[in-house]
Design a protein around this ligand. Structure first.
Ligand code: DC
Length: 240
């Protein structure tokens, strides 16, 4: 108990970059946001970035040609407020990007190489700026390919997973909380479909990095997971 208290009160003694990957509904966003609050990290929800592109991709009629996808990536300005609101081309889209339709389209648009390349460069740029500006003690990025592709040199990588039934239940609860329609069976099937799509795509598929710490959240409360991850970040930051 003493040590947990000690960790909570302490500062990190070096800039830390945390990569969190895992499938949908494992609580990555909540964990990443809480870690960011605790350690004063920049928090980047990379799924929200793909979701912003999906919103515009839908309006464009789902083009698949490289040129159209490149224009979509290059001409979309994505920004986050400190409170986690999401802006696409200066318009707030925080709620709009969270529908099941946009979840499916984000998974589909994320398989294109051109799109992945643009996102990778933007995500790396956010980390480079964090390192330069030294306003934050580090950055935490969560997504599907952060530890494997975007930030292979991250200070620490976590791969968070949980039983698909638990994930479907959590996602259903989340949608209901946001006042959206949610049916457990539909959500379960949609999760299976998205997992399949994210894990089997040719470029940057969802998988744990070889050096990732595996975290199974099936039996744990968010607080327990947070303590585990926070402890590991603290230990790593003070290891040399
Ligand atoms: O984390 P999320 O559910 O908001 O992500 C939405 C989709 O975006 C997900 O199904 C796959 C894609 N994605 C990705 O391919 N790579 C990332 N780093 C993050 C998300």
């Amino acid at each position: 108990m003493d040590r947990v208290f000690h960790v909570k009160q302490s500062k990190l003694n070096k800039l830390v970059v945390v990569a969190i990957d895992g499938p949908t509904g494992v609580g990555k966003s909540t964990l990443a946001r809480k870690l960011a609050d605790r350690w004063r990290f920049l928090y980047v929800d990379t799924g929200a970035m793909f979701r912003c592109l999906a919103l515009k991709w839908k309006v464009l009629g789902h083009p698949e040609e490289d040129e159209a996808l490149q224009m979509l990536g290059d001409n979309t300005h994505i920004a986050f407020s400190a409170a986690g609101r999401v802006f696409c081309d200066e318009q707030e889209v925080s709620a709009e990007i969270r529908t099941e339709e946009i979840s499916r389209l984000a998974s589909r648009v994320s398989k294109f190489e051109v799109i992945r390349e643009v996102m990778k460069q933007q995500q790396r740029q956010l980390v480079a700026e964090t390192k330069m500006q030294q306003v934050y003690s580090g950055a935490v990025l969560e997504g599907r390919d952060i530890g494997t592709v975007v930030l292979p040199d991250a200070t620490i990588k976590f791969f968070v997973d949980a039983d698909p039934k638990i994930r479907a239940q959590r996602r259903t609860d989340q949608l209901l909380e946001h006042g959206q329609h949610a049916d457990y069976i539909e959500v379960f099937n949609a999760i299976q479909e998205r997992d399949q799509q994210d894990q089997t795509r040719a470029i940057a598929p969802l998988k744990p990095a070889e050096d990732a710490v595996l975290v199974d959240t099936t039996q744990l409360t968010p607080e327990q997971v947070l303590e585990q991850m926070s402890d590991q970040i603290f230990n790593l930051a003070h290891s040399d």
